[in-house]
Every structure is written in structure tokens, then in C-alpha cells.
Design a binder for this molecule. Sequence first.
Ligand SMILES: *Cc1c(COP(=O)(O)O)cnc(C)c1O
Length: 372
Amino acid sequence: MQFIDLNQQYRKIEEDMNGRIHKVLEHQHFIMGPEIQEMEKKLAAFTGRKYAFSCSSGTDALIIPLMAMELSKTDAVFVPSFTFFSSGECVALVGATPVFVDCDETYNISPEKLREAIKKVKEEGKLTPKGIIPVDLFGLPADYDEILSIAEEYHLFVLEDAAQGFGGEYKGKKAGSFGEVSTTSFFPAKPLGCYGDGGAIFTDDDDLADKIHSIRVHGQGTSRYDNIRIGLNARMDTIQAAVILSKLEIFEEEIRQRQKIAKQYSEELQGCFRLPVIPDDCLSAWAQFTLQAKDEEQRNFIIQKMKEFDIPIMVYYILPLHMQTAFKYLNYNEKDLPVCAEFCKKVFSVPMHPYLSEDDVSFICDKLKSCI
Ligand SMILES: *Cc1c(COP(=O)(O)O)cnc(C)c1O
């Protein structure tokens, strides 16, 4: 069994996919070809944003708008500690200081702890609060009503990291539509993935859009021979846009399928493990279906046992950002953010993709239950 089965998806759309890739091979516009524009238009419409810019990865999608914001070392950007490394890495890479925040029972950044962290930074007076990067972890959009109101109160920008949340919804609004700017990743294993690296940036802000457009290609000005700032080479390949266009045709159907699978998991595992907590007015894109064992020992036992049944189990995440070696210079202690530190010892994710059959899910649930 595979953790994420991309082959079944390919078989379903093989003809359309091959046709679109072949078209690129024929027209040979490998860089910024017509598929890029077509995809960006569709992505903007999907999220309801004025602008969508494709780029080379979900990580570059985070770096580009942060570069546009011209932050300095004394600028603080608040990031959840329970996330993929990129969400914090991008802040340090552009020369600002990440301030890590604990999560709540949804696994997303806790608005309450966010407010406390902002107050603490202001009181200490060494850093200036500048922005927040909420992450839509495991597919669930963060609590944007709370986060956006805190951002307004303290005059902070919000950069939504929707790498896992793309396709999800919060109070009827799509992930990728929150804050000044949102980003996603098209890494193959994400809910909407291409066949290599890729990503996208979404905004409604004209000025920010201009800068993002420029930074994506070497800080270009209005003429391609005039470079007006230091930028990157961070374009997405035309062939990868063809892949996304093909997958977009079935994306909403896949998101619906993920809801059914998540529901079956929840029903069958009720009372056996701590289940994902999805607030009433939210739709998760179910990038992961994450459970909790009662402790680290039980988790290790489950992983080992499931291996014997050929069921892959992954641990997202085993180490929170505040305990990563690269962030040692920030001097965090594990207990500074106790909720996520505890989750890191207990969480495990089970196979999750739209092509799991009812029998697959039942089989996985039966075997999981046999572990406890
Ligand atoms: C995958 C991921 C990224 C980075 O995306 P890449 O395309 O792999 O660079 C950033 N943030 C989160 C939350 C992710 O899951």
C-alpha cells in the first residue's frame, strides 16, 4: 500500500495529461509558455484572488513576498512551531527573525498564544512585530477571523501558507484567499501537486503583485534589460503548468472524495485514537489524516506493527520548528511551546489520498485497532 497513490490518479486522467504535456513538447515554450498564463488565470479564479503567480516551489512562494516586504533582523514574523520547516525558514532566509507560536487542538496556530507572543515581543522591545504566517496545517485553514483581527489590531501583515490547505475552506472562503498574500505548493504529494517542484502566490494588492512579478524573474523592471531590484529565478516550468491544468479538472471531485474518506476514518476510529478536530464552518483539504497515540512508545509500536501489514505510517512532525538545529540561535526550550512539543511525540498520519477504497480504509482501521 502507498501513503499517497499518484499512480491511480494518473491512470484516471492519463489521456488528458499526456495530451497537455505533448502539446508543450510541440510548441516548445518551456519557460512561461501559454499553459502558465492559463493556469494562473484558473488559480486566481479558484481562490477568488485578483492575482495568481506561479513559481518554482512552495518555499520560493513564501520567500518572494517576504523579499518584497524588505524586512530586517529586528523585524519579528510570527510562525507556528508545528509545521514544515519552510514556514519558518523563509523568514530567516530573508533576514528577519521568526518568533514561534504554539498550536491549539486543531494543530493550527493558537490565536490566543499568538496574541501573547506579540505582546511579549512588544514588551521586550528588541524586535518589532511585522507579520504573521498562519499555516493551514494538514489541510485545515487556520482561524482567520481571529488571526486577521489580531493582525489589524497590531498592524501586522498576514501571509497564509496554504501549501497543505489548498482546496480547503474557512467560512465559505477558499484557502489561498486570506491575508495580504497567500501561497501554496505543488510538490507532488500536496493536495494539488505537479510532477516536480512548483508553487503559487496569491494576492489582491496591486503594489505587492508588481513586486512579486519582478522578484520572480531577477528583479526585472518594465523592460527586460532593466533590473530594478535583486530577485530570483523562480519561475514554474510550462510542463508543470500542463500537469496542474490536467489535475485541476478533477480537483474539486478529489476534495469531495477526501471528505468521504476522512469521514469513514473518523467513524471507524472513534474512541480508539484522538481524531482530527475540524471546526463546523471549515472544510479541510485533508492533506494528511493525523491521529494521536497515547504516548511515544505506543506510536512506535503502531508504526512497527503497521509496517508488518504493509501500511505506511508517517510522522508529521517529529520535531517542532523551535527545536530544529538551524534555529538553535533563537534559544528556545522545548517547554516554551508545550502543546506542539507534546503533539510531536504522539501524532502519526495514515494513508490519505482520493483513491483509497472503502475496503482500504476499513483494512487500515482494523489493523490500527488491533494495535491497541
Ligand atoms: C510543503 C510545504 C511547504 C514548501 O513547499 P515546497 O514546494 O516543498 O517548497 C511550505 N509550507 C508547508 C506548510 C508545506 O507543507
